[in-house]
Design a protein around this ligand. Structure first.
Ligand SMILES: *Cc1c(COP(=O)(O)O)cnc(C)c1O
Length: 401
């Protein structure tokens, strides 16, 4: 079959990394794609579509409200803006000029990463705390929750917390300290699914806002994500994202998303306007989220496991390489294949092997996260049936069998 990519003359990639943005994310279920096609054939009032999305997201996350964004990074930008301005439309109009506002955001040094461009782009000053000597190997400690309290001033707008399974200090402790000073906590949980329980976990632990990616494990459109959290902060985020090119007499936002009676007037287009999200993405995300929650987690795991078993089988015995299936359902919820090279004997290093896979036809993307230890990792979440065998055959070729 000739695909749209053939017509464009762009090669497709066998993606054994996972839903990485650089590799266009994952492969959407047809049910999601079909919902997007249907959505594209009608016009709706975007505020009302978002109000319904809010209800649905709240149901899944246990939060007061929710909002669909163009990704988890966009959700961080909108969440930060909401914490800085609250419901003040004049402040919304002024961003990213934050002079005279609460404009400091506290982050642990060990949580810093380049997605926090989204936080900084609101015009805030990032206040870094702690030194995680456990990462340098020189020690065992990281920032402690009392240090958050010590960094809070009258200028503090929010605490941003990046959630990984190993993140310290515990979110509950950070929330307790921040809330004692009346400061909201915004959690970046972009890729923290599965396990499904994480949809509710951060809200339960006290987060005021949580950002998730729609294009990762949920399987929604690549340019989707969502925020969930407190009703007021979500209302502020919505006000700084929705298109507000409308006469005041005609502006009639859904009251459960934006309580107009609390505003002196409507703000103009906000700082979130460049992160526009389409009706197709909103409907796609909501459909994918429903399918993700409804899917039997054991069956999903089984499907991934079979792809990884197919890869291990199709490699057979490779010389100077140890191939293991890591099927640790508790830890990450995603089985992987780990290929460890004896680099002295194999005549090829792990990074060279990944480069050769990438340069082949078809191109195969493998995860380089452990190449320093001579390890290449293959993941199942973006693979289609049959692709593991293509990878196995290519590995045999490259490792000279
Ligand atoms: C992937 C990721 C993001 C960005 O998510 P998008 O949905 O691509 O915007 C932000 N933070 C972390 C920690 C991530 O892993």
């Amino acid at each position: 079959m000739t695909t749209v990519y053939d017509r464009l003359g762009v090669s497709t990639v066998i993606n054994a990394v996972g839903p990485s943005t650089r590799l266009s994310g994952g492969v959407m279920r047809l049910e999601v794609a079909e919902a997007m096609v249907q959505a594209s054939q009608y016009c709706v009032d975007m505020a009302f579509l978002q109000a319904r999305a809010s209800e649905i997201i709240s149901k899944y996350t246990g939060s007061e409200a929710g909002y669909v964004t163009s990704g988890a990074a966009a959700a961080l930008l909108l969440g930060t803006a909401a914490c800085v301005t609250g419901m003040d439309p004049l402040k919304m109009n002024r961003l990213p000029d934050t002079s005279g506002m609460k404009n400091e955001v506290i982050m642990a040094r060990s949580h810093r990463n380049f997605y926090d461009h989204a936080v900084r782009s609101v015009g805030i000053k990032l206040v870094e705390i702690g030194i995680a000597d456990r990462f340098s190997g020189a020690g065992v400690r990281d920032v402690e929750s009392w240090e958050y309290g010590a960094a809070i001033t009258e200028r503090t707008a929010a605490v941003v917390y990046v959630a990984y399974p190993h993140t310290l200090p515990r979110l509950e402790d950070v929330c307790t300290v921040a809330h004692a000073h009346g400061i909201p906590v915004l959690v970046d949980a972009a890729g923290q699914l599965p396990p499904n329980s994480n949809l509710q976990r951060f809200i339960t632990e006290g987060a005021d806002l949580v950002s998730f990616s729609g294009g990762k494990a949920i399987g929604g459109p690549q340019s989707s994500g969502f925020l969930c959290g407190s009703r007021d902060l979500i209302a502020s985020a919505a006000l700084q994202h929705l298109d507000l090119d409308i006469l005041p007499e005609l502006w009639n936002p859904p009251a459960d998303l934006i309580d107009r009676s609390r505003l002196p007037g409507a703000p103009q287009h906000g700082i979130g306007r460049p992160c526009k999200v389409g009706k197709e993405e909103i409907v796609g995300l909501l459909t994918a989220l429903r399918l993700f929650v409804e899917e039997d987690v054991i069956k999903r795991y089984q499907r991934w496991l079979e792809l990884m078993l197919e890869l291990k089988r199709s490699c057979g015995e490779l010389p100077h390489a140890q191939i293991d299936l890591i099927s640790d359902r508790k830890r990450s919820g995603i089985p992987i294949v780990r290929l460890e090279l004896d680099e002295d004997q194999s005549g090829i290093t792990a990074i060279e092997l990944i480069k050769s896979l990438q340069d082949g036809n078809p191109a195969i993307a493998a995860n380089p996260i452990s190449v320093d230890e001579g390890i290449v990792i293959f993941g199942p979440t973006c693979l289609k049936n049959g692709e593991p065998t293509i990878i196995g055959n290519r590995l045999k070729e490259l490792l000279n069998i």
